[in-house]
Design a protein around this ligand. Structure first.
Ligand SMILES: Cc1cc2nc3c(=O)[nH]c(=O)nc-3n(C[C@H](O)[C@H](O)[C@H](O)COP(=O)(O)OP(=O)(O)OC[C@H]3O[C@@H](n4cnc5c(N)ncnc54)[C@H](O)[C@@H]3O)c2cc1C
Length: 282
């Protein structure tokens, strides 16, 4: 957080950060005890407002109260990707195409690919790594997530709600509702079953009518030990990868990119628990 939040908040990177608290809505009274226990943990307490709140949130059902998590926010990733790709396209540093693994050649100085040559290539393909001939051995497990964007006039939420699902305000009474988790799935497409589940969860929190504007699905690249994977290929040091960002990946990404660039150009250091070599050896 110390590295990545200032990165996202930096106006030079477009500033796609929207600071807002999370209201952790308790599903039963016993969860209030968990909240009080968490307050005793020095790593967590700065993010938690101490008192449990019982007075309710506008239009949101909170029969067992809620706690406020502070210093949190939403990053508009769609906005950031759009901004970054247009900026990089302007400086001729972005190409939108399928990567052809057969066209990559290793040289004494690094690599060549079509008309480009470089000292290093970094693969950041998410679950697509399964098709990468050099990094396919990494234990990346796809976890499918589905979400909705809904319009709910009059809800007027200004903070995020976290209960059985997240409800994230996007502005103009539009909300992101999600997400689901599935390690077994038949297709990458959004499903009617998960849409119904997400709508039912949303209805648990408000009686207001709403309209589904969008239903999406994506794959989280997860790792059994829940840590990202970063580092060089054990046999081909010009090839590196950053992957395993399926858990808190948005928060990890700027920090890992900076760590890897320092590792490639300045220092051998990489934290042991993030190292690619925990899965791939010489
Ligand atoms: C439903 C859902 C909810 C999430 N919620 C959160 C959250 O609340 N907080 C959080 O921090 N993170 C969250 N994440 C995780 C986050 O959104 C990203 O999925 C994660 O950070 C992985 O990012 P990535 O860039 O490594 O991989 P991806 O996002 O999968 O991007 C990889 C890119 O590489 C491209 N690619 C792959 N192979 C090739 C090839 N051969 N040629 C060209 N292009 C290729 C793919 O098309 C894709 O665009 C969520 C993910 C999902 C699916």
């Amino acid at each position: 957080m110390d590295f990545s939040i200032p990165y996202y908040a930096n106006t030079a990177n477009g500033n796609f950060q929207h600071p807002m608290s999370i209201y952790r809505v308790f599903a039963k009274a016993a969860e209030q005890n968990n909240w009080m226990e968490a307050l005793d943990k020095p790593a967590l307490s700065p993010y938690m407002v101490g008192t449990i709140q019982n007075q309710g949130i506008n239009n949101i059902a909170t029969p067992h109260g809620f706690g406020e998590v502070q210093h949190t926010g939403r990053i508009d990733i769609n906005g950031l990707l759009h901004y970054a790709s247009s900026e990089l396209t302007r400086s001729s540093a972005f190409v939108r195409e399928q990567f052809d693994y057969d066209a990559l050649k290793m040289t004494n100085e690094g690599v060549t690919y079509k008309q480009w040559s470089a000292r290093h290539i970094v693969f950041a393909e998410g679950v697509g790594v399964k098709h990468n001939p050099w990094f396919a051995a990494l234990p990346i497990v796809p976890n499918k997530g589905e979400w909705l964007t809904v319009s709910c006039k009059g809800l007027q939420l200004e903070q995020m709600i976290k209960g059985s699902v997240f409800i994230v305000p996007l502005g103009n009474d539009r909300y992101r509702v999600g997400a689901t988790y599935a390690r077994a799935f038949e297709s990458l497409a959004p499903t009617a079953e998960k849409k119904a589940w997400l709508m039912n969860q949303f209805k648990k929190y408000t009686d207001l009518p709403f309209e589904v504007l969008f239903h999406g699905a994506g794959l989280r690249p997860t790792v059994p030990d829940r840590r990202p994977v970063v580092g060089r290929h054990p046999q081909f040091p010009s090839l590196s990868c950053i992957n395993g960002l399926g858990s808190l990946g948005v928060l990890w990404a700027p920090y890992l990119a900076s760590l890897l660039v320092k590792h490639l150009y300045a220092s051998p250091f990489l934290p042991e628990d993030l190292q690619l070599r925990r899965f791939m050896h010489t």
